[in-house]
Structure formats: C-alpha cells, structure tokens
Design a protein around this ligand. Structure first.
Ligand code: ZN
Length: 290
C-alpha cells in the first residue's frame, strides 16, 4: 500500500515538474514582517477535547460550523482530542475527518505519554496524520519523554510541547501561561533553554484575546525583538467561547481577527507551523511572562 502511494506521488511530482512554467508567472513572495525589530507574531488557536464527557462537542454540526466560519476568517486550528474522546465518542471520527478536510490540524493530546502511540494510531487509521505537537503535557513527565512512541506498527515522535502543566494536578494556576519559544532542559529546569534540547516548547500565553492584543501593541512599539513570537487563543469545545471567558464568543473572535489583521506583522498559523517557523528563523529563544 505504501509503495503504491509513493509511486502515485512520484508520478504526480514528476508530471508537475514536467509541466511548462509560464514565464510571466510571478513568484509567490511572503510578506515580510513590518516591524523595526523584524518580528512576526504567529497566532494559533486550539481546543482540547478532554476524556471527560462534559468537554465533548455536544452538537457535531454546530461544532464543525464554528470551525468552518473561523477557518474562513483566517484562523488555523490545532486541536487535541484526548484518548477517552477518540475511543468513545460516536462522532469523533467524523469530526476529525471533516475538520481535517477544512485544514484543521490534530495534535497529540495526552496526559499520559503511554497514550501517544495509540492516539497517533487512531488518527492515522482515520486517514488523518497527527502533528508532532504534544498538548496536555505534564512537565513532570518531561525527563522520561521518549524520542518515539509506537503502537501496532504506527510510530509517532513528539517535537513540540504546547503549554504544559507546571504543578501537580490540572487545577487553575498550574497551566503554563508564558509567551515563550525555547528548548527546555529538564523537568526541574523546564524554563532553562538548552540549545541542544530535543523538544521545542511553545507557550501560548493566557489564551485570552485581550492579552494577544496587548502583546501585538507591545511588538508594534518595538518591544520583544525576537524573529518569531507565538501566541495561542484557546476555545472551549463545548461552548465555542474563549476558555474561561463568559463573553468572548464567535462574534468577539471574528472581530478580534479583523483588529489583529491591522498589524502587518501578524500571521495566522497552527501550533506546529509556528514552531516550524521559529526553527526556520534561527530558533531564537525567549520567554515573556504575563
Ligand atoms: Zn487533556
């Protein structure tokens, strides 16, 4: 099967190469960051669908419609579905497949690293390749994080840790809320950058719209002179509102996108693509505390 796909791909690539290129066709140039410091602010968006039933999308069509509308507005989604939802929710497969067709990326969300292989296996079996992003990560597990996890012939490698639970339990105040991109050293020295570290940590900030806007204003003023800064807004899959906000619903999110688009240095990318851009731009580490 793999060989067949490869051969088909090779033919497509070959025929694409053989196609004549119109001489008048201008190359696609990505817009350069328009700050004096050369910063690009990558904004991603995530949802975590937990194993707990009360975080599951209650209405499949409403959920997919929310994703479609926000995707149409320019938001790039990185979603994490925990093992209990993937295995038990009747509509999980359809939600994963239809959202992936919209361009939504699926991260590997597990509170127990032993589940990484199985989650990747389930997503792959549905035809959706997970990113190399870990979400829902417990910092205490950092030292035992493996380079690769396997389950029934599927192997999966973590590359990027999004956020992280910095103290015991999954309680308020324990979630990392720094705006950061660096390579952690160890569980105990998680905030210390190790230039040779295997894993990239992206801290997405407080996930609130207002804090993203103040960050953008600071960048516009020349603060935080790093090539790539990442920020992640987070939406609750059961309410379609920004996590912990009672008011920031789809209308507030769409208005936020329009306001942020006024800044020429803002780009909308997934968590994985933000980390990729950070590596491409030299991997300059930073941590901004809120
Ligand atoms: Zn979780």
């Amino acid at each position: 099967m793999k060989k067949l796909i490869f051969v088909t791909l090779a033919i497509i690539v070959l025929s694409a190469c053989a196609a004549p290129v119109a001489p008048t066709q201008a190359p696609v140039v990505e817009s350069a960051p328009a700050t004096a410091t050369g910063t690009t602010l990558y904004i991603s968006a995530t949802m975590h669908i937990e194993t707990k039933f009360d975080s599951w999308p209650a209405d499949k069509e409403a959920f997919l419609s929310f994703l479609q509308q926000t995707t149409d507005a320019g938001i790039r989604w990185s979603i994490g579905g925990d093992i209990g939802w993937l295995e038990s929710a009747e509509d999980a497969q359809e939600i994963v497949q239809r959202s992936a067709a919209m361009g939504v990326q699926w991260d590997n969300h597990a509170h127990n690293p032993d589940d990484f292989g199985k989650i990747a296996y389930i997503l792959n079996s549905w035809g959706v390749t997970p990113t190399n992003v870990v979400s829902g990560f417990l910092i205490q597990n950092f030292d035992s994080l493996q380079v690769s996890y396997s389950y029934q012939g599927t192997s999966w490698s973590p590359q990027v840790i999004w956020g992280g639970v910095v103290c015991a339990g999954h309680k308020p105040g324990c979630d990392d809320s720094s705006i950061s991109l660096y390579r952690p050293t160890s569980s105990l020295q998680f905030e210390l950058h190790n230039p040779n570290g295997q894993f990239i940590k992206l801290g997405g900030g407080s996930h609130q719209l207002a804090d993203a806007e103040s960050l953008a204003a600071q960048i516009a003023n020349g603060q935080h002179p790093y090539p790539v800064i990442g920020y992640t807004i987070m939406v609750e899959p059961e309410t379609y509102r920004i996590a912990t906000s009672a008011t920031d619903d789809i209308n507030a999110i769409l208005a936020f996108v329009e306001r942020m688009n006024q800044y020429p240095f803002v780009r909308w990318e997934t968590i994985q693509d933000t980390a990729n851009a950070w590596v491409s731009a030299g991997g300059v580490p930073f941590q901004i505390s809120e």
